[in-house]
Write a protein that binds this ligand. Structure first.
Ligand SMILES: [Zn+2]
Length: 163
């Protein structure tokens, strides 16, 4: 297991629609183990493959007691609304308020390729949506009004320069 380098905005891979996961083999298991390790090391609650430079529809998460691997994730249904702070390991964890659905049902494959569905609420729902977005080449800042988006990007660039 190794910690991978986290790719940051505005790298191109973060804006690409991921390719489906087709092989559920030892290599995928090792990749998921690396992704969990990388996520914990960065103190995140979710990490998608594009964030380590791989153009794949795959994410891992460990949020509100829900720990899972989701390959080829699809949002089956959403309900309600929540407003809350969100951040991304690829955008320096700069927080911004994003409106999301409050209940989300996700369909995906686990690391053995078995399909499952899971319904979650609140923070875990936010995480499902955020990570599935990554697989579609979208970032949380894409949900922000233009000015707020620019503020987040500016702050991120400034903090990066200071590092
Ligand atoms: Zn993210």
């Amino acid at each position: 297991m190794s910690i991978r380098k986290i790719i940051e905005y505005p790298e191109e891979v973060l804006a690409k629609v991921g390719k489906p996961v087709t092989k559920f083999d030892e290599e995928l298991k090792n990749l998921c183990a690396d992704m969990f390790k990388t996520m914990y090391d960065a103190e995140g609650v979710g990490l998608a493959a594009p964030q380590i430079g791989l153009n794949l529809r795959l994410f891992v998460m460990d949020c509100e007691g829900i720990k899972l691997v989701a390959a080829n994730p699809e949002i089956v249904s959403t309900e309600g609304e929540q407003s809350g702070q969100e951040g991304c390991l690829s955008v320096g964890k700069i927080p911004a308020v994003v409106i999301r659905a409050n209940k989300v049902r996700l369909k995906a494959q686990n690391e053995r390729g078995e399909w499952f569905e899971q319904a979650v609420e609140a923070l875990a729902a936010r995480c499902f949506l955020h990570e599935t977005d990554h697989c579609d080449g979208k970032l949380f800042i894409d949900h922000l009004p233009k000015l707020r988006r620019e503020m987040v990007v500016k702050k991120f660039r400034k903090e990066k320069r200071l590092k």
